[in-house]
Design a protein around this ligand. Structure first.
Ligand code: ATP
Ligand code: MG
Length: 452
């Protein structure tokens, strides 16, 4: 209102002053001059109100250009034209913003759906974002991964040279894996400050295949040589000196069957080890009820227990959370550990199988399941403990071989535990017995994200 009065005064000031002076000087009839002044003020007020209303409508259109302007359109044609120009301009800007947003979402989708882990790096080398594959592969370990000296070196070289750099690195977390890292510096940087892309292509599978193949040839040929030599020896004896000795033939055939069985077991174990190794970097996804599984595995041992007069004491707690794991592999862990406890624990002794919640600072604080197999056997000397999970490592080769062991059981356990992102602990006191404990996480671990 104040603005309308002001504008009215501005418009009417000069004609009113002129009319007043003319009336004072006698050039105009006083009554006519007063009427003219009144008309002048009224007309000025009307124009001021009209402008004021149109300016307010223009302001409203500027604030919400897309809103329908029916009944609220400026009456002054010039102001109306400005209003329609504003609407056209804003429609153009909105279309361009939608297009930019579509392009941004498309590139975000490409980044997210890339099968290889991808990290977006800021100029200081820290990760600002990562795609789904990177989160699945490295989870909360992303910062630790970026601290790897080989990776840091490649990032520094890429920033210094402005050229893409690659490096082959072995990452220790969350599971050991061999990765080819490619750092691609960006010029110009992305609007969010991303200065480089880091692609981490997992080469573990290829390398594991190469290693497994060469290890298989070396170890298997070495381990197969003994039973094979024995078989060949007996075949020769059966063909020659024992050709007519029926009782000796029967005895030799028994030994030959045992040696052939040993070769068979060895090949089975080698194959299952290489299968586990091949998938070690792919976390399992099935739900596993460990208590139920433990009951079934234990039932399968009944004939062996009876034969060796061993009592398997079950200490199974049903209240544990179900595991995210691979049922067959968890069953294999249970089988291998119980098998060792029965085999090396000594005839007539108890073996205890515990499945329940993990307690104590030794295990991660996250939800998990503890599997422990305890025997009352001769125990294992401390020097052997760190090497027990190596392939073909046996404390007492002759005794293990005599018991039909191939030395691969604990290596298989270790790789299965690694695949499940779990932990294996071996405690043993010589003369008192051993406890093999396996902790497996209840949930898949890869849920953490990088803070922006
Ligand atoms: N409960 C145990 N008590 C004493 N020694 C053990 C026990 N478990 C394993 N060992 C020792 O660790 C070695 C490696 O065990 P592992 O299970 O890997 O092989 P294995 O039992 O010899 O053969 P496999 O399990 O392939 O049939 C064994 O040879 C044995 O010397
Ligand atoms: Mg074994």
């Amino acid at each position: 209102m104040r603005r309308v009065v002001g504008v009215t005064a501005l418009l009417a000031a000069v004609p009113v002053l002129c009319l007043a002076l003319m009336a004072a000087g006698g050039a105009a009839e006083p009554v006519a001059a007063v009427l003219a002044i009144g008309a002048c003020v009224l007309a000025s007020a009307a124009v001021a109100a009209l402008w004021q209303r149109d300016v307010l409508r223009l302001k409203a259109i500027l604030r919400a250009p897309a809103a329908p302007a029916a009944g609220r359109w400026p009456a002054i044609p010039a102001v109306g034209r400005i209003a329609s120009d504003i609407q056209r301009l804003s429609r153009g800007l909105a279309a361009r913003a939608a297009e930019t947003d579509r392009a941004r979402r498309a590139s975000e989708a490409i980044i997210q759906r890339l099968p290889d882990p991808l990290l977006l790096l800021r100029a200081d080398g820290a990760a600002s974002r990562s795609n789904a594959a990177a989160q699945a592969a490295f989870g909360g370990e992303m910062a630790a991964v970026l601290r790897h000296p080989g990776l840091r070196g490649a990032i520094d070289r890429a920033f210094a040279s402005g050229l893409a750099q690659t490096a082959d690195v072995v990452l220790a977390v969350p599971v050991p894996r061999e990765v080819q890292a490619t750092v691609i510096p960006l010029d110009p940087w992305l609007p969010d400050g991303t200065a480089a892309l880091l692609v981490l292509s997992d080469r573990s599978r290829e390398r594991a295949v190469e290693r497994t193949r060469s290890d298989f040839v070396t170890n298997a040929s070495h381990e197969l040589r003994t039973p094979l030599a024995s078989l060949m020896g007996f075949i020769e004896t059966l063909q020659g000196p024992a050709a007519d000795d029926v009782p000796a033939q029967q005895r030799f055939l028994g030994i030959m069957a045992e040696q052939a069985g040993r070769m068979h077991r060895l090949i089975d174990d080698l194959l299952s080890l290489s299968r586990v190794e091949l998938n070690e970097h792919l976390p399992p996804a099935d739900k596993v009820d460990v208590v139920d599984l433990a009951r079934r595995v234990a039932a399968g041992f009944e004939p062996r227990l009876a034969e060796r007069r061993v009592r398997l004491v079950l200490d199974l707690h049903d209240d544990v959370a179900p595991l995210v794991g691979d049922g067959d592999q968890v069953a294999q862990v249970l089988t291998n550990l119980i098998d060792n406890a029965v085999k090396y624990g000594g005839d007539g002794h108890d073996v205890r199988l515990f499945v329940g919640a993990a307690e104590g600072a030794r295990w991660p604080a996250r939800a998990g399941v503890l599997i422990a197999v305890e025997d009352q056997g001769p125990g294992i000397a401390r020097v052997h403990l760190p090497r027990l999970t190596e392939r073909f490592y046996r404390v007492d080769k002759a005794r293990s071989r005599g018991a039909g062991g191939t030395g691969l059981g604990l290596a298989i356990v270790k790789h299965i535990v690694n695949r499940h992102r779990g932990q294996l602990a071996i405690d043993s006191v010589e003369g008192q017995g051993s406890t093999f404990s396996v902790w497996l996480p209840a949930e898949a671990e890869n849920t953490a994200t990088i803070a922006r």
